[in-house]
Design a protein around this ligand. Structure first.
Ligand code: AMP
Ligand code: MN
Ligand code: MN
Length: 318
């Protein structure tokens, strides 16, 4: 049985990090654990959180300005937490994880087999934030910690809509809300609200989307020219894949954007009949059954053809 207080006992330094291009669950779980450990350890323990610059919407999370760049650390810490990913997706923080005395991996991705000396991997959990909640002493959760966990949960469940939402998720959310923050505003400002430019790109991606496999698949792409035109960052594209999946009749949606010439970051969203984690893993990525991603090279048509073969095979088998 994993006991957080036992795992960090005697540590002079603790590091926390999550995946590259951090999403709400990644930022929420890392910041919640950071706030909690700062509060629950003494002056002899230095706690640090390392992440790529989170999107502006997460500015509401307490002490978010204390996030450090991995380059800032000279020595790996005694204990390192990798959240919401396996170590290969930690980016620059990977070397700190690899060098740490005790490596703890907390994640809910089905594709993660555990890369720590201690692993808390549960693919049935809605989010890493839900897993972090389970590990904390409930009496020591305060409003700021609750807010960070709540943000993580709403982002990974699409505000309690996706099928990863369980009765347990809702009970946890109820407990978090009892801390008395403005949850309604938090949902609006961090999940639904988009900038004008984000909405424009989203509209364009929908407008230019293409159906395939007789309407059971849909794909849209944003190339570098468009990214440059709108001066868009990858974070500006969040939510487009899910929106494409909302098309009636579609069992699998593919959204991709060009990161380099002929290199695409691919996001997939699916219904019960397609396991996109399996497809993404085949192409070197990973994720969940109904939401996964990978990076692929080739022309747009190469990428779509390769993915479409796998989707079609799964639909035939279903
Ligand atoms: P995304 O499409 O980027 O929103 O990702 C959907 C889900 O798949 C998220 O849970 C990601 O963490 C996961 N995921 C995306 N890309 C990768 C990758 N290259 N490797 C492993 N997991 C990924
Ligand atoms: Mn994530
Ligand atoms: Mn997650």
């Amino acid at each position: 049985m994993f006991q957080l207080s036992e795992e960090i006992k005697g540590a002079g330094s603790i590091g926390i990090s999550g995946h590259i291009r951090p999403d709400g669950d990644c930022v929420g779980s890392c910041m919640a654990l950071y706030l909690y450990l700062k509060k629950c350890t003494g002056p002899e323990t230095e706690v640090s959180v390392y992440l790529e610059q989170p999107a502006d919407i997460f500015a509401q999370i307490a002490d978010i300005s204390e996030i450090k760049q991995p380059d800032a650390a000279t020595m790996p810490p005694d204990v390192f937490f990798a959240l919401d990913c396996e170590s290969s997706r930690l980016g620059k923080a990977e070397r700190l994880f690899d060098g740490a005395g005790r490596r703890i991996n907390i994640d809910h991705h089905i594709s993660n087999s555990g890369c720590g000396t201690v692993n808390v991997i549960d693919p049935t959990a809605s989010s890493t934030s839900e897993l972090v909640y389970r590990l904390l002493d409930k009496d020591r959760i305060d409003t700021e910690i609750a807010k960070a966990l709540y943000i993580g949960i709403i982002h990974d469940t699409g505000v309690f809509q996706y099928s990863n939402t369980s009765p347990e998720t809702l009970r946890i959310a109820a407990d978090l809300v009892s801390h008395g923050f403005d949850f309604s505003g938090l949902i609006q400002e961090t999940f639904y609200e988009k900038t004008y430019v984000q909405n424009q790109i989203m509209g364009r991606a929908l407008l230019e989307s293409i159906l395939f496999l007789h309407g059971r698949g849909i794909v849209s792409v944003v190339d570098r020219k468009v990214m440059d035109f709108y001066n868009a960052a990858p974070q500006d594209l969040d939510g487009i894949a899910s929106l494409l999946k909302n098309t009636r009749g579609v069992e699998c949606a593919i959204f991709m954007y060009e990161t380099d010439a002929m290199v695409y970051k691919v996001s997939m969203r699916s219904s019960d009949r397609v396991d996109v984690a399996q497809i993404a893993s085949y192409f070197g990525g990973g994720g969940h059954k109904k939401a996964a991603g990978c990076t692929m090279t080739g022309t747009f048509h190469d990428v779509v053809n390769n993915l479409s073969l796998h989707i079609e095979r799964q639909l035939e088998e279903a």
